[in-house]
Design a protein around this ligand. Structure first.
Ligand code: NAP
Length: 256
């Protein structure tokens, strides 16, 4: 009697994060899985994950739903950045429409420790409003798409760090630092000292790769304006790490 091989399952990972790449690597090594990673195409030279890769938007929730149907996707993992709120909402809508099980892989939020001077806000606009009371030389690490929210602050000096060069509008006194994590504590201390930073602005991205700036800010006694994450769409199960996602995939998963 011949043993039938297990059917190959198609898993689509919405990516653009370290966790998404790590998950793709694990799944690409599993012969019972066909893995496709989807990238938005924002970064000029992205680090490509293992397995198949597609790049560019789907055309809203209906475009994603069509893709899931046409490509016979069996499970969808939203491993996008915690601040990529639109694609997460689109994923929830599309997965519900075509009855494909959906999981969010979200690294945990950062948690303040004694000595931190955090000022949590709900948006980049609120972060800009908070700055005048806190400092004049700003280390801005909110990504190149976020500079417009600070463009009206003409009295502040910004050190804006991003992977690719930001585009206008941006504040008039902006120095751009092109760099991609992971960053080290020594490096972050040096950046803050060399640029005489007196306030840090960051999103609550979580994860280890970009956390040393928070330690450097604590050591130097700097205030940190930290933008809270958008909520995940209601009803979407979430795990904090790659092992959690693998466990979910290994269990009988239900559609939303
Ligand atoms: P977003 O505002 O949630 O998404 C805007 C549109 O971009 C979506 O409607 C979708 O277009 C397309 N898109 C986003 N992620 C996609 C993906 N993985 N595959 C295919 N299309 C995608 O997203 P964002 O904040 O611009 O972030 C874009 C990507 O960069 C995400 O994949 C995210 O993981 C990564 N990233 C974001 C941040 C951040 O701070 N936001 C930081 C690091 C990395 P359609 O509607 O046409 O499908």
């Amino acid at each position: 009697m011949s043993v039938q091989p297990a059917p190959v399952r198609h898993v689509l990972i919405l990516g653009g994060t370290t966790e998404a790449r790590r998950l793709a690597e694990r799944l690409a090594a599993d012969p019972s899985v066909r893995v496709t990673s989807s990238l938005a195409g924002r970064v000029a030279e992205p680090r490509l994950p293992a397995g198949q890769v597609r790049i560019g938007g789907f055309g809203g929730p209906s475009g994603l739903a069509s893709w899931l149907r046409e490509q016979h996707v069996d499970a969808l993992i939203d491993a996008t950045h915690p601040f990529a709120g639109t694609i997460s909402r689109n994923a929830a809508e599309a997965a519900a429409e075509v009855h494909v099980p959906l999981l969010a892989l979200r690294r945990p939020s950062w948690v303040p420790v004694p000595g931190d001077r955090w000022h949590p806000v709900d948006s980049l606009a609120e972060a800009a409003d908070a700055l005048p009371g806190l400092g004049r030389r700003v280390f801005l690490t909110t990504g190149r798409q976020g500079l417009a929210a600070f463009a009206h602050l003409t009295d502040h000096h910004f050190l804006a760090r991003s992977v690719d060069a930001p585009e206008a509008p941006m504040p008039p006194h902006t120095e751009v630092l092109l760099d991609r994590g992971p960053f080290t504590l020594d490096g972050e201390r040096a950046v803050c000292r060399e640029h005489r930073i007196d306030v840090l602005v960051t999103k609550d991205s979580g994860g280890a790769a970009t956390a040393p700036k928070l330690t450097a800010a604590r050591e130097l006694g700097l205030p940190v304006v930290i933008v809270r994450r958008p909520e995940l769409p209601r009803g979407v199960p979430a795990v904090p790490d790659v092992p959690g996602a693998l466990a979910w995939l290994a269990s009988p998963v239900r559609a939303l």
